[in-house]
Design a protein around this ligand. Structure first.
Ligand SMILES: Nc1ncnc2c1ncn2[C@@H]1O[C@H](COP(=O)(O)OP(=O)(O)OP(=O)(O)O)[C@@H](O)[C@H]1O
Ligand SMILES: [Mg+2]
Length: 473
């Protein structure tokens, strides 16, 4: 039997034979001579004397005689007997702090549900993993849990139409009455207000797609800077055109857009004529994005649905998705003083928050996200960004994330970058990521009571854009 010591009541160490080495992330109990039982988590093993390894980790807290989890006393201890923790005790780690979002089961103890803390989505979250690792599927599980257990409204940027079926429940796999809480969850999900907004051309017949409507933006509502960005105008580089736009701005709000373009074309001012050329070259008047008198996305946002899914793929012109994103982000930012919480979920976040955004429009979107990452938290604007590699998202955003979810990632360079940015994620757990199977994920940071490797549960709702199968003969 090994004997553990903690000098500060927070970190522990002990030695074991090579072949009895517990895995990183494993939970162990320590029992001291006075009968006190503590729970700890193994974080690392280090070489020790011949034939043995040193195990170091973190003390999570004390456990009383009934198995209740008491939290950290901070008292040092020596000569504690070390044993693997049983499932009931591990469960307390998640139950005690109120971790209620059941996203799957612990990879090492499949009998213990893996749970996240709903109240800690008041921080920014970074979700990373290589293509096919299961990010989008897993994100869907988290969205379901947030819908089930919180009143936190969510706005989801969904570039591949993966969440457009979030309103549809999957058929239960087991007969009704035998699937425990799942039937209850299905019913609760069906009661939530989930709205889908898609490019006009992708919206089907109203009867076929309830809750679905076109994703439309009102140009007149955009801030001056954003209007300029839509036209690709940089206020300092394209000074004359920016100025011409400034002079026309008041007219844009009240007059017929076609007439304004005609006037621009006929203007004696070369900058105004250049503006008209931009409108024409970008085919701006043909974009299906413009709301006219229809409901714009900002109107829908003001209604604060439980989930607003923005299918931002599938527009005809290359910049339309960015304008849709800018309209939403600008509105959320403009309303920040109202301190109404919202979770901004961005799948494929590199499309909006990449470090090398080049056009004024892409920069405007990216800079707004950087700003929300830096300053949005206290206003209730919380980000959840998902992408394949950490380097694909602006470093000013990454450094603001307090929660990390990592799925399979084989690249050592990417893992090293994650380790340096997310110091709170134990290195020995990050190193296991290349061996993850699809649907396995490491969770670390404030939203999980202890760093956790989990196997995601099955979705309750339908997935949207499934992988394209190879045609077989
Ligand atoms: N936990 C899971 N259980 C069952 N199927 C899964 C699971 N995770 C992923 N899949 C399936 O695997 C495929 C790829 O998963 P997903 O789209 O979530 O990957 P991804 O990490 O988002 O990839 P990309 O970066 O390319 O978007 C999907 O068809 C999905 O249905
Ligand atoms: Mg995906």
């Amino acid at each position: 039997m090994s004997s553990a010591t903690s000098f500060d009541g927070r970190a522990f160490h002990f030695e074991v034979e090579q072949d009895a080495r517990p895995a990183a992330g494993a939970f162990v109990t320590f029992t001291t001579a006075d009968g006190v039982r503590r729970l700890g988590q193994v974080l690392e093993s280090v070489p020790a004397e011949s034939g043995t390894v040193g195990i170091v980790g973190r003390v999570l807290g004390e456990v009383d005689g009934d198995g209740a989890f008491l939290g950290l006393s901070g008292l040092p201890f020596t000569d504690a007997d070390v044993n693997p923790a049983d499932e009931g005790t591990i469960d307390r780690v998640y139950a005690a702090p109120g971790a209620r979002l059941t996203i799957g089961a612990l990879e090492a103890s499949p009998g213990v549900p893996a749970r996240l803390l709903p109240n800690r989505f008041n921080r920014h979250t970074f979700w990373c993993g290589q293509s096919g690792s299961g990010k989008t599927y897993a994100l869907g599980v988290v969205l379901e849990e947030l819908l089930l257990h919180t009143e936190l409204p969510m706005v989801v940027f969904d570039p591949n139409g993966d969440f457009v079926r979030l309103r549809e429940l999957r058929a239960p796999k087991v007969p009704q009455g035998e699937d425990g809480g799942a039937a209850f969850d299905r019913e609760a999900l069906a009661g939530r207000d989930i709205r889908i907004r898609r490019p006009l051309g992708a919206v089907g017949a109203p009867a076929a797609e309830a809750g679905t409507a076109p994703l439309l933006v009102r140009f007149t509502e955009l801030r001056m800077r954003s209007k300029a960005a839509v036209l690709g105008i940089d206020p300092l580089v394209d000074r004359e055109e920016y100025n011409a736009l400034l002079h026309y701005e008041s007219r844009i709000a009240s007059e017929n857009p076609e007439q304004i373009v005609v006037d621009l074309q006929a203007s004696a001012d070369p900058a105004a004529r250049a503006l008209a050329l931009r409108v024409e070259n970008l085919r701006l008047m043909d974009w299906e994005l413009w709301a006219g008198n229809e409901e714009a996305i900002t109107d829908t946002l003001d209604g604060r649905p439980d989930a607003l899914i923005l299918d931002v793929g599938g527009f005809t012109y290359p910049d339309e998705h960015l304008v849709a994103a800018l309209a939403v982000l600008d509105r959320l930012w403009a309303e920040r003083e109202r301190r109404r919480p919202v979770l901004i979920v961005i799948d494929e976040a590199h499309n909006f928050a990449g470090p090398d955004a080049e056009s004024p429009l892409a920069r405007a979107v990216r800079d707004r996200i950087v700003q929300i990452a830096a300053e949005g938290r206290k206003f209730g604007l919380w980000l959840l960004l998902s992408t394949q590699r950490p380097s694909k998202v602006h470093p000013g955003i990454l450094s603001q994330c307090d929660n990390l979810a990592l799925m399979k990632m084989s690249s050592p360079v990417d893992l090293a970058e994650l380790a340096s940015v997310f110091g709170f994620a134990p290195a020995a757990l990050l190193e296991r990521s290349p061996l993850f199977r699809q649907g396995e994920a490491l969770f670390a940071g404030g939203f999980v009571p202890a760093p956790t490797i989990a196997r995601m549960r099955e979705r309750l709702t339908e997935e949207g854009g499934a992988d394209v199968p190879v045609p077989l003969r």
